[in-house]
Structure formats: C-alpha cells, structure tokens
Ligand binder design. Structure first.
Ligand SMILES: Nc1ncnc2c1ncn2[C@@H]1O[C@H](COP(=O)(O)OP(=O)(O)OP(=O)(O)O)[C@@H](O)[C@H]1O
Ligand SMILES: [Mg+2]
Length: 528
C-alpha cells in the first residue's frame, strides 16, 4: 500500500467552510503584520480541520522555515526544515494538491515537537500537507498533524487546498510588503543622506576672513547646539540665510528638516493656516486636514525669513506657540506639542518697527533672545577678495573657462565700491563680469579689467530703495508749495545719498531717523 494518497474530495456543507475562509480572505487585505496574518489563518483552519499542530512554512533558499505554528513546541518554531532530510515535506512540495500520510513509515518532521506530545511517545498520528504555490512558484508548505490517527478522515481536499491557496497569497503579500519596506527604507536612507549632504554644502559656505565674519562664525558655533531662538539681523544680501542654514547644519537637528517660511510672501489670510495647519472643514475650502510648517519642522528647525513683514494679526499667535511649544491647527480641539527650533531673520530695524507700532514688542523681545547681527560688506572689506575669488571660481566652472584673475585695477575697483547690496550684489556683479570678460571663449585664461566691471556705480541693491537720480531736473520747480518742498527734499536726499551711497549715513547726515528716511524716500517715489 502506498504511504501517501492524493486526498479525494468528500462532500461537506459549504457553509461550514465559508465563514473561516471569508475571515482569512479578508485578513489578506487587512493591514496586519505578516505574523498576525499567518497566525489568524491557522486559527481559521482549525475550525475546519481538527488539528493538534499546524505549521505554515516559508520556503527560504530551499529550506522550509516556520512562519507561524500552532500546537508545536517552541524549538520547532526556531529551526529550518530541509526537505532533503524530511521525506514527508519533500513529498508535499513535489505534489500538486494536498497529501495525506496514512502510515508511519515516513518519519514526521514534527515527531517529538508536538506540544501535546512532548516526549514523542505516541507514534501514530494523522498528517496532511499541501504545498503553497503562487503562479507556479513554490513558496512554502502548510502542514497539519493530529495525535488521533482518524482525525482527518472527514477532511476534504478542497478545504486544505483552499487554505493553502490563501496561505500562499499571504506569503506572497508578506514578500511584497517586505520588498516594499526594504525599498522604502532604502529610499529613506538615500533621502536622508542627500539632505545631510545638501545641508553640509549649504552650511559650509559662510566664507570670509574678516574679524567680523569670524565673530559671526563663532557665534554660530556657540548657538548651534542650543535650542535658543535666534534673530539674525543685517542689511539685504549680507548672508542672513547662509547664517540660518549654518545654524541648522551645525546643530544636533541637522539630520532633520530645515523648513523655510518667507513671511513677506505669506498673505495675512493664509498665514495662520500655513504656519499652524488646519483641520478638514475648519473654513470654506479646507477640504483636507493639513499640518502647518511648525509641525513639518518638528524635531528640526523653522526658519522664519523676513519676520519683520509678518502680519500684525498673526504675531500674537506666533508668540503663543513660541512660549508654549504647542500648536493648534485651525479648527482643532486640542493643541499638540512640537519640538521646533526657531531661527528668524530680518533686514528691518525691528526695534524701530516696534516703536512705530508695526511689530509687537512682546514678540520682538521673545525673538531677540539672541540677536545675531551680520555686518554689511563695506564694514568688512577684507572679505571682498576671498568672496570674489569664490564667486569667480563658480562662474569659471559654470562657463567652462580657464583660470580667471582680477587685474590689480579691477581689484581696487571692487575694494573701493560700497556694496549697498552686499554679498549678493558682489555675487551678481562677478557673474556678469566673468561672462563679459570671457566674451564667449571657453577653456581660456580670463583676466578681469575695470571696464568689465560695468554697472558697479549704478548697481541697485535688491529690496533696498532705488538710488535716487543724482541729476536733479534742470527746470525750476513748478506747482504748489508742498510740491516744491517735496522736490527739494528729493534733490537733497539724492545729493547726500550720492556722497555716501549708504542709507544709514544719509539718514544721519540729514538728521533723520533711518526708518523715517525710508518712509520719506518711498513717499517721494525714490524707492524701487
Ligand atoms: N559669507 C558668505 N559666504 C558665501 N556666500 C555668501 C556669504 N554671505 C552671503 N553669501 C551669498 O550671498 C547671497 C545672499 O545671501 P543671503 O541670501 O544669505 O542674504 P540675506 O541676508 O538673506 O539677504 P536678504 O535680506 O536680501 O534676504 C547668497 O547667494 C549667498 O550664498
Ligand atoms: Mg534672505
């Protein structure tokens, strides 16, 4: 007599089978850990097949490894079963459909491992198994054992085969998830590495040899490791953003995000939602719950650029978050904690803004716990040459040129200029200059002469008032007295500005407060 038979179908009410099958099928779609999926499958199987022990084995490099077991001693779950050493398993894997072992001439792989028979003393027991196949590939095996040799007599082939099919699908799902998780983990690592590299690059560019910039660098070193709020001040283009990025890149938060918010580009109507988020339905158009920038920056740094432009109505809300460390999405019941380091920057004189009522004093005091001032380029002329060298080198690479040098006269011109647009202006001037001096030639040495440095005199500073015209109209002033006074003011401001090309100095010489001069310049139409 054969030791194995292919199990024939016997009839059994379909209803008994339907419920456990449905449960297992639904589990396949549920968001379960692979082990839970397998365990629940074995539980469902027990309601149809009265086993004492069951094993769902994954085929891993030719060895059957228990993915889930029921009724087996713990050591069975920790070892692999090589089909070559276990003829019953070999037979199961080689057979299409379920196999029933009817005598004991082939040793059972789980002899002595059944929890119900710890000494392996009961020799005769019932055993069935079925290979797990997905699209023709064998991915594992499902086995059931019982101490009662007649236990499986009423079991029908379809039932075990159906569970085996579900188990195969579960193994495949788990494999897919594994593969996806691995890919996701890998992508996460790659993204993280790119973030670190980008931050290192962005953070390592606080160039300069002056004492002033060395002081800024040492303050950055000092502050980077604290969670203090830092307010970076300085004229346009001095490198406030570079400093903010350096603060993050050198901090313990460098592996996390640096979230950038330009307060000047944040209309009052959406500022609160942008910063703090909202829940679905909080206002018309809030079709989705959305976290704000504060939450996006959790564990990292939030850079509030141009903080001086933040709408007055938002300022108390920002202050509250800074004080409590909690943000409340618009429409949410409760606030949630965030761990965010805030760095803010402005080219405005915030103390002056407070005096004129455009910035809240309490927020100003909270932000300026640690003010970090970046001096204008004209106060650190030693930095002009090294920065020029750096920007020319970048231009050289971009344009594919040979060595680029400054003639002594060109160098002197750079040192003489007042740089109202600071480092940004220097960068732009040199990019244009290199292009002009190279005249389209590639891979050749380029020498920059003063005539290549066109536009230095009229280079307008970005974001700062346009230089007033130095040529007052020849015609006599016409119109009302007020218009004549305004015209006089225009000429006088232009004249003084021309001498210093520095707004702070112009204000001082005219006996005006700097903020008032700025407003006057705007009103008179001298501002860009
Ligand atoms: N010390 C520096 N080393 C290298 N590059 C610098 C330095 N300072 C400024 N830069 C460069 O100059 C440009 C302007 O710098 P940044 O954007 O940081 O200025 P900012 O103070 O934020 O200006 P704004 O007030 O107009 O926003 C950038 O391209 C920046 O990389
Ligand atoms: Mg900036």
């Amino acid at each position: 007599m054969s030791t194995t038979t292919i199990v024939r179908n016997t009839t059994r009410p379909a209803r008994d089978l339907l419920e456990p099958l449905m449960a297992s099928a639904l589990d396949l779609c549920a968001n379960l850990a692979a082990e839970d999926r397998y365990r629940r499958l074995l539980e469902a199987l027990r309601r149809v097949v009265p086993y004492d022990a069951a094993a769902l084995l994954r085929l891993d490099h030719g060895v059957l490894v228990p993915a889930a077991t029921a009724g087996l001693a713990p050591e069975a779950t920790r070892r692999g079963f090589d089909p070559a050493e276990h003829p019953r398993l070999q037979r199961i894997l080689a057979t299409q459909g379920p196999v029933r072992f009817e005598d004991t001439s082939l040793p059972d792989p789980f002899d002595g491992l059944l929890a119900a028979d710890p000494h392996g003393s009961i020799e005769v027991h019932a055993c069935m198994g079925c290979a797990l196949r997905v699209e023709g590939e064998t991915v594992g095996a499902l086995t059931v054992d019982a101490l009662d040799p007649h236990a499986f007599e009423a079991v029908d082939a379809e039932q075990l085969a159906t569970f085996a099919a579900l188990a195969a699908a579960a193994v495949r799902t788990a494999r897919l998830i594994d593969a996806l998780e691995q890919a996701a983990a890998q992508q996460g690592l790659v993204a993280h590495q790119l973030l670190l590299e980008a931050q290192e690059r962005a953070g390592s560019e606080l160039l300069g040899v002056s004492e002033a910039i060395a002081r800024v660098r040492s303050e950055v070193d000092l502050l980077a490791h604290s969670d203090l709020t830092v307010l970076i001040t300085g004229e346009t283009g001095v490198g406030k953003e570079v400093v903010a990025r350096a603060l993050h890149a050198q901090s313990d938060r460098r592996g996390e995000a640096l979230i950038y918010v330009n307060c000047a580009a944040l209309p009052e109507s959406i500022a609160e939602s942008e910063l703090f988020g909202h829940v679905r339905g909080a206002f018309t158009g809030a079709t989705q719950t959305r976290p704000g920038r504060f939450e996006a920056a959790d564990a990292g740094t939030l850079f509030l650029d141009e903080i001086g432009e933040l709408a007055l109505s938002i300022q108390p809300k920002l202050l509250r978050v800074l004080q409590s460390g909690e943000v409340q999405r618009i429409g949410a019941d409760r606030p949630s904690r965030v761990d965010v380091r805030v760095v803010a920057a402005t080219n405005r004189d915030l103390a002056e803004e407070v005096r004129t009522g455009r910035f809240r004093a309490d927020l100003y005091h909270r932000l300026s716990v640690y003010p970090l001032h970046v001096p204008p380029l004209r106060e650190r002329p030693e930095d002009i040459e090294p920065l020029a060298g750096y920007f020319l080198d970048r231009a050289r690479i971009r344009l594919g040129l040979g060595p680029v040098r400054l003639s002594p006269a060109a160098r002197a011109a750079l040192l003489d200029y007042r740089w109202p647009g600071n480092v940004r202006e220097l960068e732009h001037v040199l990019a244009r200059t290199a292009l002009r001096a190279s005249a389209g030639r590639r891979r050749e040495a380029v020498r920059i002469e003063p005539e290549h440095l066109q536009g230095l005199e009229t280079e307008p500073a970005l974001d700062s008032p346009r230089a007033p015209s130095s040529q007052p109209p020849a015609a006599l002033v016409e119109g009302t007295l007020a218009e004549a006074v305004d015209e006089f003011k225009r000429r006088r401001i232009a004249e003084v500005y021309e001498q210093s090309r520095n707004w702070a100095e112009t204000a001082r010489r005219l006996g005006l407060d700097r903020g008032n001069l700025h407003r006057l310049v705007r009103r008179l139409g001298l501002a860009g």
